[in-house]
Design a protein around this ligand. Structure first.
Ligand SMILES: O=C(O)CCC(=O)C(=O)O
Ligand SMILES: [Fe+2]
Length: 300
């Protein structure tokens, strides 16, 4: 499998049609470099096929108003965020999501063998709800440019690596905006950020509000996430471009340093992985190291 010629600063294109496909050395070397430098890896022809019996799962019927995702834990086989599912439907969702999780992992391990020993499972998600129909607070509004940071699940510096696949059955694109590089985001927002209150991380953990300790890194990333979304002038004026992902396409991106916004679309699958910074080919490119350099101190 090799590269198609693209001239976008935002993504590299791979012509792969198969989740198990192997990649040649040059392609792997280019892909890891592109990913770590903040580009998306885009697969225009990598579709995830549903079995005919799974087609009825393409419905919003299982979604609750509160949650944008139906989420699945590959390690425990637990399904969350569904309502009114029969046992059979729940099993069908589990089977679909576990198949997607395995495919996504295979793809990442084949394309980035360097990450394979250190790759950590995160959640698998199914997003049946139309983005434009989702009422949310500004913090949860993914239609605004942001880098990912999760309030309840501090990742303590680890990279967030996600595989997305548009499975819309009606030909509808998933439409994103991609913003400026992390270095520029950090340079703009760091001067506005406040230090955490003394003891607040321990308190959050004690109260069960965070799973694990919210490190200084998590604190600053969360503030960058919130401040980006809160700043409507920034949303308009930041350098950005629109990317459209048609049904039957997939993409990989490290959403903790690629500024992104999801503008419209319905029916998508997503797999999250976490990666320790030391497992990167060039850890200096991580948001953790960028912020540490800019602030002149250790953050985890
Ligand atoms: O639902 C999408 O297309 C992406 C939303 C988003 O910002 C994310 O998953 O990090
Ligand atoms: Fe996001």
């Amino acid at each position: 499998m090799s590269y198609e010629v693209t001239h976008s600063p935002y993504f590299q294109t791979l012509a792969s049609e198969n989740w198990q496909a192997g990649f040649d050395e040059t392609t792997m070397a280019k892909a890891i470099q592109a990913l770590e430098q903040g580009q998306l890896i885009y697969f225009p022809h990598l579709a995830f096929h549903l079995f005919p019996a799974e087609m009825p799962l393409l419905t919003t019927r299982f979604s609750t108003r509160k949650r944008k995702n139906i989420s699945y834990n590959r390690m425990t086989d637990d399904l969350h965020g569904t309502k009114k599912t029969t046992l059979l439907e729940a099993e069908a969702l589990q089977s679909l999501l576990s198949r997607f999780a395995e495919h996504a992992r295979q793809l990442v391990e084949n394309l980035f063998p360097h990450y394979q020993p250190a790759l950590i499972w995160g959640r698998t998600s199914y997003r049946p709800v139309q983005i434009t129909h989702r009422p949310t607070s500004y913090r949860k509004d993914d239609k605004r440019l942001h880098v990912d940071a999760f309030p309840a699940s501090p990742n303590q510096g680890k990279r967030i690596l996600r595989v997305f696949c548009n499975i819309n059955p009606k030909g509808e694109d998933r439409v994103w905006r991609i913003g400026e590089p992390f270095e520029s985001v950090a340079a703009q927002f760091l001067p506005r950020l406040k230090k955490p209150m003394l003891g607040s991380s321990r308190l959050l953990q004690l109260l069960g509000l965070t799973k694990g300790l919210r490190t200084l890194y998590d604190h600053y990333m969360l503030q960058i996430h919130d401040q980006m979304k809160a700043d409507l002038a920034y949303q308009k004026s930041a350098r950005q471009t629109e990317l459209r992902f048609p049904p039957g396409s997939s993409w990989i991106v490290q959403t903790d340093h690629v500024s992104h916004a999801a503008m419209s679309g319905q029916y998508m699958l997503e797999q999250t992985f976490y990666l320790p910074v030391e497992a990167m080919q060039d850890p200096r490119l991580s948001p953790l190291r960028v912020l540490e350099r800019k602030l002149g101190k250790e953050l985890i």
